[in-house]
Design a binder for this molecule. Structure first.
Ligand code: ADP
Length: 222
C-alpha cells in the first residue's frame, strides 16, 4: 500500500443537495469546506463541516482567497441560479481544480457544463425520477443503476420460468448479450456465479447489459 493522502472536499451551495453532501462527507470523517453566499445557510453547517465560508463564488477573488485550487474535489450545488453555477464552474476549472462535480438543472445546463470542462455532471431529480419509474413500472426489476444512456445494471427477480435452470441453460449471454454478475438468495450473495449454478424462483439476479437487451430479457422471462 502507498501513502494515503486524505482528500479535501469543498461544497458550494448548501441547499438540500449540497447540504446532504456536506453532512455525508462529514459523517464519513472526511474534511469538507462548506461555502454559500447566504450567511444563515453557512451558520447551519458551521458545526457540521470542518470549515465554512460565506461568499459569492461568482467572484473570482472569493475562490482565490479560499485557496480553492488546493481542494481535490469541488462540488457545485448551486440550485436555481444557472448563471452562477456556470460561472463558478468555469472559474474552478480555470483555477486548476482537478475534479469538479456540478449539479445540472436541465439538459441545456448539462451541455454547457460539459463544454466548459465540468468533470462530473449529476442530475439528481431526473436520475432519481427515472430510477423510481423503473422500480415501480416493472414487477421484476427491483433496482436499477444507469451506467450510460444505453447500459444499466438491474436487479431482476427470477421467475417460475427460470426455476431450476442453470446459468448455462438460460444462456442469456448468447441470447441477450447480458451478464449475470451476482445472484442474491435470502441473505446470501454469490458474486461469481458459475455456468452450472442453479437459479431458484425468487432469487435476485444482478444483471449488466444494454437497456434494450434487458427489456427483451425481462419480457421473455415473466
Ligand atoms: P437545492 O435545490 O439543492 O435545495 P437551492 O437552490 O435551495 O438548492 O440551494 C442552492 C444554494 O446555493 C443556496 O443556499 C444559495 O444561497 C447558494 N448559492 C446560489 N448562488 C450562489 C453563489 N453565487 N455563490 C455561493 N452560493 C450560492
Amino acid at each position: 500500500g502507498g501513502l494515503t493522502v486524505k482528500k479535501e472536499f469543498a461544497v458550494i451551495g448548501l441547499g438540500r443537495f449540497g447540504g446532504s453532501i456536506v453532512r455525508t462527507l462529514a459523517e464519513e470523517g472526511l474534511g469538507v469546506l462548506a461555502i454559500d453566499a447566504n450567511e444563515d445557510r453557512v451558520n447551519e453547517f458551521a458545526r457540521i463541516a470542518s470549515h465554512s465560508v460565506v461568499g459569492d463564488t461568482t467572484d473570482e477573488s472569493v475562490l482565490r482567497n479560499i485557496g480553492i485550487r488546493n481542494f481535490d474535489h469541488v462540488i457545485v450545488a448551486i440550485g436555481e441560479n444557472i448563471q452562477a453555477s456556470i460561472l463558478t464552474t468555469l472559474m474552478l476549472k480555470e483555477l486548476g481544480v482537478s475534479n469538479v462535480t456540478v449539479k445540472a438543472q436541465n439538459d441545456y445546463h448539462e451541455k454547457v457544463l460539459r463544454k466548459i470542462g465540468a468533470d462530473f455532471v449529476v442530475h439528481p431529480e431526473r436520475d432519481m425520477g427515472r430510477r423510481i419509474a423503473h422500480n415501480i413500472g416493472s414487477n421484476n426489476i427491483l433496482d436499477y443503476l444507469e451506467l450510460s444512456d444505453e447500459h444499466s445494471i438491474v436487479e431482476i427477480v427470477a421467475s417460475q420460468k427460470m426455476n431450476g435452470n442453470s446459468i448455462f441453460d438460460l444462456d442469456i449471454r448468447a441470447h441477450y448479450g447480458l451478464n449475470i454478475v451476482a445472484i442474491k438468495r435470502g441473505n446470501e450473495i454469490n458474486v461469481s456465479p458459475q455456468a452450472n449454478d442453479l437459479i431458484h424462483k425468487g432469487d435476485i439476479l444482478i444483471v449488466i447489459g444494454a437497456d434494450s437487451d434487458i427489456n427483451r430479457f425481462e419480457k421473455k422471462i415473466v
